[in-house]
Write a protein that binds this ligand. Structure first.
Ligand code: GLN
Length: 310
């Protein structure tokens, strides 16, 4: 018998993971540097629409790189799959902001690193920056099942201080792979990273991908089953950057990490989940978040290739 996610004790997991010490909060922008290192929350969203949340699951934080799977999903939807010609899908073995494109093609290596997300965000429909921003925010809100907002000061600082993102956008312009201006690409991506979510909203977003593109809470179809499958596949291979191989072996749940300390999980047909705790390890993955995902994987039998309780 499989363990039941509907009765799983999230407060107990939270208490256990709070005992993990170490790691450091991201300092790339003042808002992230000021994050509360003791914020710690988990949430689960199940295919029947049930939401389970620990304490602090309603505390807002900027989504940061956990937005990348959803930007990829919207790019696939809006380009009718053509985004797959414009961005690679191979893991890089390098950091998320490495100044590197796919050799030979000049494409970003995959949609889960910054180069890829700058590109996928630029492929989402919209005649100008404002229209594209608006469509992204509406799309993310549909994934979350509630109206999300942008933290304007995070967006401003991401844009202002994101030197490596500007460099990547210019490099893609030089390679002919980015078709909007470098500054517009960074502006749109910066706003997407600055969208405020909480653990509960992020869990529903992950669940929408895990449920073939239908939000299990609102029942809205947000993307097609084919898009959801493509996105979850690339989360599995590239979602935790240069730690993706180790992650998949040990935890076995398609995931996306982020510098705000959030991790979004999509276990197809089983659940969506999110955990947030700001102190990060050397790969930019939440220390406590990883311990939580380990516990979820084992205790809810979520490893994609595990056979424990089947
Ligand atoms: N805003 C961050 C950046 O682009 C997002 C990175 C992340 O969460 N890994 O640098």
């Amino acid at each position: 018998m499989r363990p039941d996610a509907g009765t799983y004790d999230l407060e107990d997991v939270r208490r256990r993971i709070m005992q993990t010490q170490g790691g450091a909060v991201d300092e790339s922008i003042p808002e992230l540097a000021a994050a509360d290192p003791d914020l710690c929350a988990l949430a689960l969203a199940l295919p029947d629409g049930t939401l389970r949340a620990s304490a602090q699951a309603d505390v807002p934080f900027s989504v940061q790189s956990a937005v990348k799977p959803f930007l990829f999903a919207m790019a696939l939807r809006d380009t009718d799959g053509d985004a797959l010609e414009r961005v690679g899908i191979e893991p890089t073995g390098e950091a998320f902001d490495a100044i590197k494109l796919e050799s030979g093609t000049g494409r970003p290596p995959n949609p889960m690193v910054n180069a890829g997300a700058l590109l996928t965000a630029s492929l989402i429909d919209g005649g100008d920056v404002d229209e594209r921003d608006d469509r992204i925010l509406r799309g993310l809100s549909a994934f979350a099942g509630r109206r999300l907002e942008v933290d304007e000061s995070v967006a401003r600082n991401e844009h202002l201080l994101g030197d490596r993102n500007h460099a990547l956008a210019h490099l893609m312009r030089a390679e002919g792979t980015l078709h909007v201006s470098a500054d517009d690409a960074v502006a749109v991506y910066a706003r997407a990273c600055a969208v405020l979510v909480d653990a509960e909203a992020l869990a529903v977003m992950g669940a929408t991908l895990a449920c073939g593109g239908v939000n299990p809470v609102t029942q809205e179809r947000v993307v097609s089953p084919a898009v959801a499958r493509d996105v979850v596949s690339v989360m599995a291979t590239c979602g935790v950057y240069d730690g993706s191989g180790r992650w998949m072996r040990a935890i076995g749940i398609p995931a996306k990490s982020s510098v705000s300390g959030a991790i979004v999980l999509s276990a197809p047909g089983r659940l969506g989940a999110a955990v947030v705790s700001p102190p990060l390890d050397e790969y930019g993955t939440s220390m406590r978040g990883k311990v939580a995902c380990d516990a979820l994987s084992i205790e809810l039998d979520l490893h994609a290739f595990g056979t424990a309780a089947r």
